[in-house]
Each structure stands twice: as structure tokens, then as C-alpha cells.
Design a protein around this ligand. Structure first.
Ligand SMILES: NC(=O)c1ccc[n+]([C@@H]2O[C@H](COP(=O)([O-])OP(=O)(O)OC[C@H]3O[C@@H](n4cnc5c(N)ncnc54)[C@H](O)[C@@H]3O)[C@@H](O)[C@H]2O)c1
Length: 406
């Protein structure tokens, strides 16, 4: 799972001899908005070998989809994803829908000869993810790429952390400690949106937040989890039904209630293949915590620490410093030789959440132009899905240690 690291802006200039990359996107709410920003901006900031074109947007309500297309800069509109996939003027299909439709759309798009970008978690089950990874491998043989959207790899500070781990700055890794804390479910009257229904979301905090931290922990460590021991809990089991238009994270209650069929929180420990130990916490009930993804890695030569709520900073303790002077120091990750930064602002001016989606587009367009497997690939998404399945299995067996199967 070793990957080439971005080391600042590629010196590639736009190549107008190469055809544009025409994108069709399905879904236009939270992620659709973030991805639109990425597709619109990447070619204006980075020197991309192919220019993204926002060709067509798909949403089931034609008028609402047209309004979203106008707001975000998409040319055409479709109301059925099958029509979007069939369009001759679409080279890449970007899937920003809930997990229940990822597999069907991705398989159809790859079969139609499109590149695919699919939001995380890759699918709702291991079986779906395995079919997607198989199709992606076949498509790669035909020059078509498939990437899964683990965008937190593309925060400059996490990309720098990966670079430092790969360069041996931490030495042998002993611990990885990760938490992803949100609090949008603490209100028991928050409605039963798709994110709380297993048939639509696959799982709860586990597949949503847990998928991110499993991917990030494995990516930064440069190795995989061998097994896990887990606890999951659903704190509020009955919630009001949602009324009117809304999204997974915003809704107003209507009459009647329904049963929550996913986990509200997942805690698990894990063992890496090297023997390093890891702990994970994913919850939507961490009162006061909004989007706190925190990761710390401890190795025999040093430690790294990151918090998404202060995403321009990376903390580093170099254990080879003289004891009297050693200590965690803050690296402000805004220097031109930090990953992705030299295309942006002068030192100290800072980036935010949305930039991860711009970086995701940058990296995907380069991978397509190079004909190189994208990182993270559908195979990586499948492996994360297997970790999530092992967590659910362990939680169902009184936390018994459960190997992650290949
Ligand atoms: N990378 C991240 O940080 C991140 C953050 C949030 C969500 N996600 C992932 O993104 C995906 C979407 O989540 P979201 O928060 O954007 O959800 P959302 O509820 O905000 O938006 C979902 C969109 O999909 C549309 N949709 C649903 N089924 C459809 C279908 N069959 N055809 C066409 N459109 C359809 C809805 O109308 C809506 O526009 C999920 O897989 C989620 O896990 C990733």
C-alpha cells in the first residue's frame, strides 16, 4: 500500500492537446457540493494534465437537480443515474449517493467504460465491495480507473505525516490511537434519516466515521490491521420519521417514529500485521465535538499527532533530540515544500476541509493521465470494508478478537 506522495504542485502545465475529463456526478447534497467544489477548482489551482469539465449532474427531482446544477456549475441534468452512465459526453462517474446505490452505479459505470470516483464507505457489504474491486481490476486492464473517496489522506498535514512515517522518522511503530468524534445525534428527536437505516447506510458511526479512521490509520502506518476486538452500541433506538426534503445530516421531524437499525458508536482495538497496537473510537454522541478526527502514532524514534479541527498543524516529537530539549513541537503545514501547498497561498495562510476534495481531484486526474492505479483504489476500499465487517462480527461475539480476512 505504499503510495507516491504529493510533494507540492506538480510542474505539469495544462496540456490543451489532451482531451478534457468530462465528469458526470450522482447526488448533489453534502458530498455532491464538496465534490463540485473539487471538480471546479482543481484545474484552476493545480496544473492538471487534463481539464475537468462538469458535464452532467444526476438527481431524482428534475427541478431541484437543475437548480443544484446551476448553483454548482454543471452543464446538463439527468434524473436517472442509468441515463447519466449512458452519456457519450461523460468520461468519469462520480458517486455521491448513500451506500445502498454505490455498487450498482459503480458496476454499471465501469461496464460502460467510465472511470469512477466513489464516496466512502465503498459499499454496504463485503460482497458488494468485492464485486466492485473485481470490476475495477478488470476495468484497469482496459485503462479505466476507480478510486474511493477517503479524502482525509489529502489534508496536507496527514500527507506530511505519511511522508515522515515512510522516511522512518518514527522508527518501529508501537501504537496508533484514533478517534473520530461528532455529536449530531445527541438530540433524541433528530429524525431517522438514511444514515440511521441499515438498508441504506450499511452501518452507522462505524461505516461513516470508522471507515475514515481505519483507512487513515492504515495509510499513515503503511500497514494493515490483522484483527480487531470491538464494542458497538445504539443509544437511542426509536426516532421521529423525517419530513420533507432533507439530507443525511439535516432533517425536520414528522409524525410517527421508526427504529434505528445501525450503531451510534463503535469502539475497537486492533493489532497491525507488525504487532503494533491500535485503538479506535467512532461516535456521533461526543457532546461538543463536531468533527474531531484525532490520530496519534507512537514509534520508537518519535511520535506524530493530528487533529482535523486544527488541520493546518502536525505535532511531532523527535525522540532522538537531547532529552532536556525534546518535546512535541508544532509544524505549521503551510510551507511550499509541504504536500499540495505550493499551488495555494503564502506560508501561514492556511487551508480547510474543502481543499481535501480539490486535492482528491488533482490526484485522480494525474493517476488517470499516467494510467497508474489510483490511491485509494477499490481494493483498498474493500479491505477497509473487511475491517468493518470484522468489527461487527467481534461486537456480536462479546468482543472476541476477530481476524480481518483477506
Ligand atoms: N468523504 C467524506 O468526508 C464524506 C462526508 C459525508 C458523506 N460521505 C459519503 O458520501 C455519500 C453521500 O453522503 P452525503 O452526506 O452527501 O448524503 P446526502 O444525504 O447529503 O446526499 C445524498 C444525495 O444522494 C441523492 N440520491 C440518493 N439516492 C439516489 C439515487 N438513487 N439516484 C440519484 N441520487 C440519489 C440524494 O437525493 C442526495 O442528493 C455517502 O456514501 C457518505 O458516506 C463522505
Amino acid at each position: 500500500m505504499e503510495q507516491p506522495q504529493p510533494s507540492g504542485e506538480p510542474k505539469t502545465r495544462p496540456n490543451h492537446a489532451k482531451p478534457p475529463l468530462r465528469v458526470g456526478m450522482v447526488g448533489y447534497a453534502f458530498m455532491g457540493t464538496a465534490h463540485s467544489q473539487g471538480w471546479r477548482t482543481a484545474g484552476r489551482v493545480f496544473g492538471l494534465p487534463r481539464q475537468p469539465v462538469l458535464a452532467a449532474l444526476c438527481g431524482r427531482d428534475g427541478a431541484a437537480a437543475r437548480a443544484a446544477a446551476d448553483r454548482h456549475g454543471w452543464a446538463a441534468v439527468e434524473t436517472d443515474w442509468r441515463a447519466l452512465v449512458a452519456r457519450d459526453d461523460v468520461d468519469l462517474v462520480d458517486i455521491c449517493t448513500p451506500g445502498d446505490s454505490h455498487a450498482e452505479i459503480a458496476l454499471a459505470a465501469l461496464a460502460a467504460g467510465k472511470h469512477v470516483l466513489c464516496e466512502k464507505p465503498l459499499a454496504n457489504t463485503v460482497a458488494e465491495a468485492a464485486a466492485m474491486a473485481r470490476a475495477a481490476e478488470e476495468a484497469y486492464g482496459r485503462g479505466r480507473l476507480a478510486m474511493v473517496g477517503f479524502n482525509y489522506r489529502r489534508v496536507p498535514a496527514t500527507a506530511l505525516a505519511r511522508r515522515m512515517v515512510a522516511a522512518g522518522r518514527l522508527g518501529t511503530l508501537r501504537h496508533v490511537r484514533v478517534a473520530y468524534l461528532q455529536d449530531w445525534l445527541t438530540d433524541p428527536d433528530f429524525p431517522l434519516t438514511w444514515r440511521l437505516r441499515k438498508e441504506l447506510a450499511g452501518s452507522g458511526a462505524l461505516g461513516d466515521l470508522g471507515a475514515h479512521i481505519v483507512d487513515l490509520a492504515q495509510h499513515l502506518a503503511g500497514e494493515r490491521l490483522a484483527g480487531v476486538s470491538a464494542l458497538t452500541e445504539t443509544f437511542v433506538r426509536e426516532r421521529p420519521l423525517p419530513g420533507g426534503a432533507g439530507s443525511g445530516l439535516t432533517a425536520t421531524p414528522a409524525a410517527g417514529t421508526g427504529t434505528v437499525t445501525v450503531d451510534d458508536a463503535a469502539l475497537f482495538t486492533g493489532r497491525f500485521t507488525s504487532g503494533a497496537l491500535a485503538s479506535f473510537e467512532a461516535t456521533r454522541y461526543a457532546t461538543g465535538r463536531k468533527n474531531a478526527l484525532r490520530i496519534e502514532l507512537n514509534g520508537e524514534r518519535g511520535s506524530l499527532s493530528f487533529d482535523l479541527e486544527r488541520l493546518n498543524e502536525l505535532w511531532f516529537h523527535d525522540a532522538t533530540d537531547p532529552g532536556a530539549e525534546a518535546g512535541f513541537r508544532r509544524i505549521l503545514v503551510t510551507e511550499p515544500d509541504h504536500p499540495y501547498i505550493d499551488a495555494w497561498w503564502p506560508p501561514g495562510h492556511g487551508l480547510g476541509y474543502e481543499h481535501t476534495f480539490v486535492h482528491q481531484v488533482r490526484d485522480l486526474v494525474h493517476a488517470i493521465d499516467d494510467g497508474r492505479r489510483p490511491d485509494p483504489s477499490f481494493a483498498d476500499g474493500l479491505q477497509v470494508q473487511r475491517v468493518l465487517a470484522a468489527v461487527e462480527e467481534s461486537a456480536g461475539k462479546n468482543s472476541a478478537y476477530t481476524p480481518v480476512t483477506d
